[in-house]
Design a protein around this ligand. Structure first.
Ligand code: ADP
Length: 467
């Protein structure tokens, strides 16, 4: 088990990882002790019994094998996230540190005791313990180190334990000088007190911060999952809404179309002569029905826009037909509104690749807007011109114009300019028009006012030429 589970507390993951590094380091320590002892004797001529020192080195190697087995058999086999792992890991840490402290004490005993400056090595163990273990554990290890060293020093001082001198290193006999022994022990104990207090405080703070970070991450992940679920639910509801809108609009269209065709029969005179008054009323009814059909179509398109493309089938086509149909579409409306519609178009135009019905929808929408937002007596012009790689259509009116601050938003669904809210509308037409133009590979924009000193607006869109 090389990687511990992320749910597992970070400090324990860290602990187990470090303990494994200690096992590796310990092999080096065992070899290092033997090598240092031999060099001290052969190179520096320091005399001490080499046998016990090599014995301690071998002992370290032996208990390291046991630790390795412990790790493989117990810790490595514990399931990820198992509570037992925490207890085992801490026990494993204490066992390793205490074994090392004992080994160091025995080694010091055979190499001069208090006269051997290597007693500083206790500091290494206690520092590692303070970083890796909780506060109580660190104080325990610090206490063991102080206890073992004090026992050794006082044991040798009192003669309870034989002193093994380091001959040729420095004047021996220091171990029996009360002042020296007292000062060393005092320095040792206070160093360890302050060291353990300082390192545990810092390590504890770091551990707390790390835990907080982990908790924060967990909370963040949980929040993200919740958001994801909520999003998924919203998507489902949105699809459901589109489905209902689709069904409802579809069901509304059939009766509307029936009414429209009856009106056409009546207006065509197929059901008998009409008086002028009747004709006017039926024409108004026809315009209203047309408006309603457009509204239902717009709502259907908006729901379609959210789930897919509006332009599905395209073909090589002439823009001229679109313009002509559009003029027919708006004829009654323009007459009623007393707004004249005029067309400026070259005789010859290249083909474009497009969906005729959809482009008719775009143009009719722009021209209808031009008529709607232009006072009686005004004009709406449809101008088509050719550019090297595209055609451009401008719909220019002499109407109320669009304030500059509204212009960036008028192509958004449901956006309506405040000043024109009295005029009936939904704010859907331009959003659909933009989508259709863009799906054709073109661009749509507005300029208002479109020329110095001129009222009104100019809507333009481009369509790439057919290649
Ligand atoms: P609708 O006309 O149904 O409100 P549109 O999406 O077609 O929706 O237009 C959005 C808004 O842009 C309109 O409400 C109107 O305020 C403004 N607008 C569009 N065309 C013109 C125009 N030619 N002149 C002035 N205002 C316009």
């Amino acid at each position: 088990m090389d990687e511990l589970t992320p749910e597992y507390p970070v400090e324990e993951q860290e602990l187990v990882r470090r303990l494994r590094q200690f096992i590796v380091l310990r092999w080096l320590a065992a070899v290092g002790i033997a090598a240092t002892a031999l060099i001290a004797q052969r190179v520096f001529g320091i005399r001490f019994p080499i046998g016990p020192v090599l014995g301690v080195s071998a002992g370290i190697a032996v208990y390291n094998v046991l630790f390795l087995a412990w790790d493989r058999r117990r810790i490595g086999r514990l399931e990820e996230g198992n509570e037992e792992l925490i207890t085992q890991a801490r026990r494993f840490a204490h066992a390793q540190i205490i074994a090392d402290l004992v080994a160091l004490t025995v080694l010091l005993h055979f190499t001069g005791g208090v006269e051997n400056p290597f007693f500083l090595y206790y500091i290494l163990h206690v520092t590692f313990a303070s970083i890796l273990l909780p506060t109580r554990g660190s104080y325990l290890e610090s206490g063991v180190a102080v206890g073992l060293f004090t026992l050794l020093v006082l044991g040798e001082f009192t003669g309870l334990i034989p002193h093994v001198p380091l001959e040729g290193f420095m004047p021996t006999g220091l171990y029996r000088q009360p002042t020296y022994v007292a000062v060393v022990l005092f320095a040792f104990i206070t160093t360890f007190g302050v060291l353990t207090w300082g390192t545990t405080a810092i390590a504890g703070e770091l551990r707390k911060r790390r835990q907080e970070l982990v908790e924060l991450k967990d909370r963040w992940v949980a929040q993200a999952l919740k958001l994801e679920a909520a999003n998924e639910r919203l998507r489902e509801l949105d699809q459901l809404k589109n489905f209902f809108i689709g069904v409802a609009s579809h069901d509304m269209k059939a009766p509307l179309n029936a009414v429209a065709s009856f009106l056409n029969v009546l207006l065509g005179g197929y059901a008998g002569e009409l008086t002028d008054r009747q004709r006017t009323m039926l024409e108004r009814a026809d315009v209203r029905i047309e408006e309603l059909v457009t509204l239902v179509d717009d709502i259907l398109d908006i729901s379609l826009m959210e789930s897919g493309r509006l332009v599905v089938d395209t073909e090589p086509m002439q823009l001229r037909q679109v313009v002509e149909r559009c003029v027919e579409d708006v004829s009654i409306l323009s007459r009623e509104a007393q707004v004249e519609v005029e067309v400026e178009m070259p005789d010859e135009l290249p083909e474009i690749e497009g969906a005729p019905q959809r482009l008719r929808q775009v143009l009719t929408n722009l021209v209808t807007n031009g008529i709607k937002y232009t006072p009686p007596g005004g004009r709406v012009a449809i101008r088509v011109c050719e550019h090297p790689d595209h055609l451009q259509v401008d719909v220019v009116d002499t109407g109320v114009g669009i304030p500059a601050e509204d212009q960036p938003y008028i192509f958004d669904a449901f956006y309506r300019v405040r000043q024109t809210k009295a005029i009936k509308g939904t704010g859907l037409g331009l959003a659909i028009a933009r989508r259709i133009v863009e799906e054709h590979g073109g661009r749509i924009w507005v300029e208002s006012p479109y020329a110095e000193g001129q009222p009104g607006s100019k809507f333009s869109f481009t369509l790439p030429k057919h290649r």
